[in-house]
Design a binder for this molecule. Sequence first.
Ligand code: SF4
Ligand code: SF4
Ligand code: SF4
Length: 250
Amino acid sequence: MTKSLLIELNKCTGCRSCIVACKNWNKLEPRTENRNMAEVRKAVEKAKGTDKFSVDEFTYIHEKDIKNFYKRQCMHCDDPQCVKNCPAHAIVKYDNGAVVVDKTKCEGVGLCAQVCPFDVPVMGEDKKPVKCTLCYDRITQNPALEPACVKACPSKALKFGNIDEMRQYASKFKYVYGGGLNDSYNSSVIYASKVPFENIDFKVAEIHNIANVLDALKHPVGILSIVGGAALVGLKIYRDRKKKVLEGEK
Ligand code: SF4
Ligand code: SF4
Ligand code: SF4
């Protein structure tokens, strides 16, 4: 059953408890488990200055101004660009809705980070992408746990449940984004709001031209079609060619 994370914007106070919980669960810095309140407050203050994803920020609050802000994380799209364009098939869209990177398969090409219409994945120092997992390792437990951010939200601005229930809940709102309600991404993350999204500087999907992306990456795989296995073949040809060049140089 596909699950959904619903974000009810009007209930969010910007307290950043969700961010602290995400860091603790995913072992991102700064972690605050077993720390005192002063240290937790310090971490929250630090999170306030964050306005982009990083290897330690799977989620953050984008603040247009003091009254207008919203939580960002991976949208867990249906048929995601990151999955479709990964030449190594290292990103999986699971039936439960989560889109998760398998670092053991990742070839470090970085296309996922470039083609994501929401600019979510970030490449780490190990050349592997990181991003929100929809807490795949929590929601697949038996009994299942809800995502860490959902559990931590004191305002109940975050809900987690079957996507049909979340869609039904969201349909009561004037402004909705995600879940296939007014987007083509059928994402597992749904935003519901009483105020227009323009008010919060909301980032809607932005399709990146794959040719431009490949050009920017200056990756030889770009000369080949990035369609499923073709990309993988391209990558192999590139590697074989590179190996021959290196051997020739010896
Ligand atoms: S938001 Fe980006 S990273 Fe997340 S599933 Fe969609 S395409 Fe992939
Ligand atoms: S679902 Fe999990 S990984 Fe994603 S933002 Fe929430 S706590 Fe972080
Ligand atoms: S914990 Fe809830 S209220 Fe606080 S910032 Fe996150 S979503 Fe908003």
